[in-house]
Design a protein around this ligand. Structure first.
Ligand SMILES: NC(=O)c1ccc[n+]([C@@H]2O[C@H](COP(=O)([O-])OP(=O)(O)OC[C@H]3O[C@@H](n4cnc5c(N)ncnc54)[C@H](OP(=O)(O)O)[C@@H]3O)[C@@H](O)[C@H]2O)c1
Length: 303
């Protein structure tokens, strides 16, 4: 079935979005989306952690503050990877110190270096150890490196209840033909892809295919590695942003991402608690409809 952008909007954003109070019982409700394969609901904004592999005490303290505050604010999804230096180790240690493991939803990644599944298995075991957990919510084949080798391993681990969901990731337009082929061929719980106001190519084929195949979507680079924000530096936020309850450009641009009906969770990377708080504002209030999405695109394209 071909799902066009128009069809996606006809599904109805309001119907697809709910609210819940994951994390702390007194946490503010964030907008949530359901994972198609199970119906489990996730807050639409999470956290990317490719700069969490730090050792300097001040830098570790800043990441600790983000991981402390995140569940208090109702957010849960944390995306990491063995490829992000010591990110998994730092996250595992900090979540353990903060006693926050049960309040977050962990996604990590795996590859099959040199095409050998045994190496991928070892990588996965190292992730469990570094994250200090017996169960990982989502494991994704990182940038499609070892799909054929690792998907059977991940499915076996899912059956053994050591992980809940299986997926693949990509973040480069030049690679898109490969995930499209994998998504057609394989039954996946999740795909992770780059999508932002600064790079909308995933909306052409990948997001519609994910919707039609019943796959949840994690969005990486939702702020275009921060470049989308650099373009609006020193520019005033348009008054009409208030119509979708966006009080800052990061919120407006993240609302643009999560208002695509195929998107489940966007994972902006941040190392600063004030940016986390700002970003989570995108998971509250109204979301752009199709007309408002066009207005945001026009604003950005005119810069
Ligand atoms: N193939 C893959 O699987 C793949 C590839 C790339 C990325 N990823 C995942 O996607 C995540 C997100 O990507 P990313 O972090 O590179 O790019 P991003 O989320 O598009 O942008 C992050 C940048 O924006 C800044 N930022 C975040 N919130 C802000 C705010 N409210 N105000 C001002 N600046 C803000 C961050 O700096 P501050 O730290 O100062 O906030 C950082 O420089 C990664 O962490 C990773 O988990 C996966």
């Amino acid at each position: 079935m071909t799902v066009t952008r128009r069809t996606l909007f006809q599904i109805g954003i309001a119907a697809a979005i709910g609210t819940s109070r994951p994390g702390f019982a007194d946490a503010p409700a964030l907008l949530t989306r359901a994972i198609p394969s199970t119906g489990e609901k996730l807050p639409v904004i999470g956290l990317g952690t490719n700069r969490y592999g730090v050792t300097a005490p001040a830098e570790v303290a800043a990441r600790r503050e983000v991981l402390r505050r995140m569940p208090e604010l109702g957010a849960t999804v944390i995306d990491t990877a063995p490829a992000y230096g010591a990110s998994e180790e730092v996250i595992g240690r900090l979540l353990s110190e903060l006693k926050n493991r049960a309040r977050v939803w962990l996604a990590t990644k795996v590859t099959a270096p040199s095409g050998r599944p045994a190496e991928g298995r070892k990588m996965l075991e190292d992730s469990f150890r570094r994250l200090r957990t017996e169960r990982i919510e989502l494991v994704q084949v990182h940038s499609l490196q070892g799909v054929r080798e690792m998907l059977p391993v991940l499915r076996e681990q899912k059956k053994a209840k050591r992980l809940s969901y299986v997926g693949v990731t990509t973040s480069r337009d030049a690679q898109y033909s490969e995930p499209l082929e994998v998504m057609q061929r394989e039954q996946l719980d999740f795909i992770q892809v780059d999508y932002s106001i600064a790079d909308r190519n995933a909306a052409d084929k990948i997001l519609p295919l994910a919707a039609s195949r019943g796959m949840a979507v994690l969005v990486n680079l939702p702020l275009g590695r921060g470049n989308a924000l650099a373009k609006v530096k020193d520019r005033p936020l348009p008054a009409w942003a208030a119509e979708v309850d966006a009080a800052s450009f990061p919120r407006l641009f993240l609302k643009y991402v999560v208002s695509h009906p195929a998107v489940t969770v966007a994972i902006p990377g941040t190392t600063k608690v004030e940016h986390l708080e700002d970003n989570l504002g995108a998971a509250r209030g109204r979301l752009p409809d199709a007309e408002m999405r066009r207005r945001i695109e026009q604003l950005f394209d005119a810069l």
